[in-house]
Design a protein around this ligand. Structure first.
Ligand code: NAG
Ligand code: NAG
Ligand code: NAG
Ligand code: NAG
Length: 169
């Protein structure tokens, strides 16, 4: 049984300071977000009419905070890296998850509330290590582009937590 929150009151009181403070690593800020059913199709930019798309499910599995969203880019002529360079918001947006599909890896981020009050923004990154050939490959080449797939759950440990100063909405 895990208790919801172990942030001390003095730490919360510091949230009003000008600079966001890093949280101490504690049980409830040391968690993983889970990505599942990940697929991305990256169109070859030299093939006319080819479009890219992306879709995965993102879950915060923590007791008391459990929630899931869908992160989707419908067919587009834009480059997938460019679309989420400044974070793309998952759906439904009020659950406050976003992600960045980078060349090196996937970054996932969520904003959640401690004691119905202080907001914390947490994020983590994992490298892709895509494999294009041989056994265990997870990239398939097509004439119009490449398909990147990871069906099984992918745990993304949270590496950074930040007390958030944005006012309550
Ligand atoms: C955070 O969780 C990881 C994975 O469970 C564990 O290895 C690490 O020791 C934890 N860190 C703290 C400060 O609890
Ligand atoms: C993504 O693009 C591929 C290749 O064009 C296509 O086969 C697939 O149906 C598309 N997925 C979605 C969800 O649009
Ligand atoms: C948190 O907010 C909800 C909805 O406003 C309320 O029902 C609940 O009692 C609040 N919980 C605490 C611990 O303040
Ligand atoms: C792709 O496959 C390689 C080799 O099996 C694996 O190491 C890597 O983690 C996979 N990448 C993803 C995002 O699942």
């Amino acid at each position: 049984m895990r208790f919801p929150i172990h942030l001390s009151v003095p730490l919360l009181a510091t949230a009003v300071l000008a600079t966001p403070l890093p949280l101490q690593p504690r049980q409830d800020v040391n968690f993983t977000l889970v990505v599942s059913d990940f697929t991305a199709f990256m169109a070859d930019p030299y093939v006319e009419g080819a479009q890219s798309n992306l879709s995965f499910k993102l879950t915060d599995p923590r007791q008391y905070y459990e929630r899931s969203v869908n992160c989707v880019v419908p067919n587009t002529y834009f480059n997938l890296y460019a679309i989420s360079a400044l974070y793309d918001v998952c759906s439904p947006p009020e659950l406050e998850f976003s992600y960045r599909f980078g060349e090196e890896g996937l970054t996932v981020r969520t904003r959640w509330r401690v004691w119905n009050a202080t907001h914390v923004t947490s994020w983590g990154t994992q490298p892709w290590h895509w494999k294009e050939d041989g056994p265990g490959k997870n990239v398939t080449a097509f004439p119009e582009g490449k398909l990147y797939v990871r069906k099984e759950a992918w745990e993304i440990p949270i590496l950074t937590n930040q007390l958030d100063e944005r006012p309550d909405r």
